[in-house]
Ligand binder design. Structure first.
Ligand SMILES: [Zn+2]
Length: 218
């Protein structure tokens, strides 16, 4: 009987790991087709247990991901087994999971529109959209008569410092749906990968509207 339970556990773990890999690979193709992760930029992760996350390895093209390009890390961003190298930005993913147990997936894109806006608003630490129907894609918003605040953090190669800054902000503003890093891109998340992808699309739409508006007004 003991062996039966071990076998069930192994099979469940295997299936769960496979579905996490499949979700990441499929999301990579979605981001690649949308042009949101040029070159080898961006990364994708999904929670596989209370304190473990499957995430894309460093320097992989998101349209060509295979299961070899995905590794398991703990919530401190440290790899669990294997020799694959995690992305430098793994910590920015894992602090999100560590701070919010409801987060099941995180997507980071190098959104062209979002990146341009962070350069346009060079001295602002947040970008606010208001009056858009698509705000209703975000949880808790039921009307276009609303504001969405998207914080902008300065880019840094010091991921420990940046992840601490992000953590402090999100603890003070738990109703945040995503954030931008200046000259770099977007981070957003959801309870599931599907939710995270919907938020990527909603943010992208908002960024494009705001960029087009500014172009027309000039
Ligand atoms: Zn990045």
């Amino acid at each position: 009987m003991k062996y039966f339970y071990t076998l069930v556990l192994l099979l469940t773990t295997h299936l769960f790991a496979n579905s996490a890999e499949d979700e990441i690979i499929e999301t990579g193709q979605f981001l690649n087709k949308s042009g949101l992760c040029p070159a080898t930029s961006g990364n994708i992760s999904v929670r596989t247990s209370t304190d473990e996350v499957a995430i894309t390895a460093s320097g992989k093209h998101k349209g060509e991901l295979t299961s070899d390009d995905i590794l398991i890390v703990d919530l401190n961003g440290k790899p669990i087994g294997g020799s694959k190298k995690p992305s430098a930005e793994t910590l920015l993913h894992t602090v999100l999971y560590a701070n919010n147990e409801n987060i099941g997936a995180v997507i980071h894109t190098n959104s062209l529109n979002g990146t341009v806006l962070t350069r346009f608003f060079a001295y602002q630490n947040a970008f606010i959209t208001e009056g858009y129907e698509i705000h209703k894609a975000f949880p808790g918003i039921t009307t276009h008569q609303s504001e969405v605040v998207i914080p902008i953090f300065e880019n840094s190669q010091d991921m420990v410092a940046l992840s601490k800054e992000v953590t402090l902000y999100l603890q003070a503003h738990p109703d945040t749906f995503g954030f931008l890093i200046r000259g770099h891109g977007l981070y957003t998340w959801g309870r599931t990968m599907r939710e995270a992808k919907i938020r990527v699309e909603a943010f992208e739409y908002l960024f494009e509207c705001e960029l087009k508006l500014r172009t027309l007004r000039q």
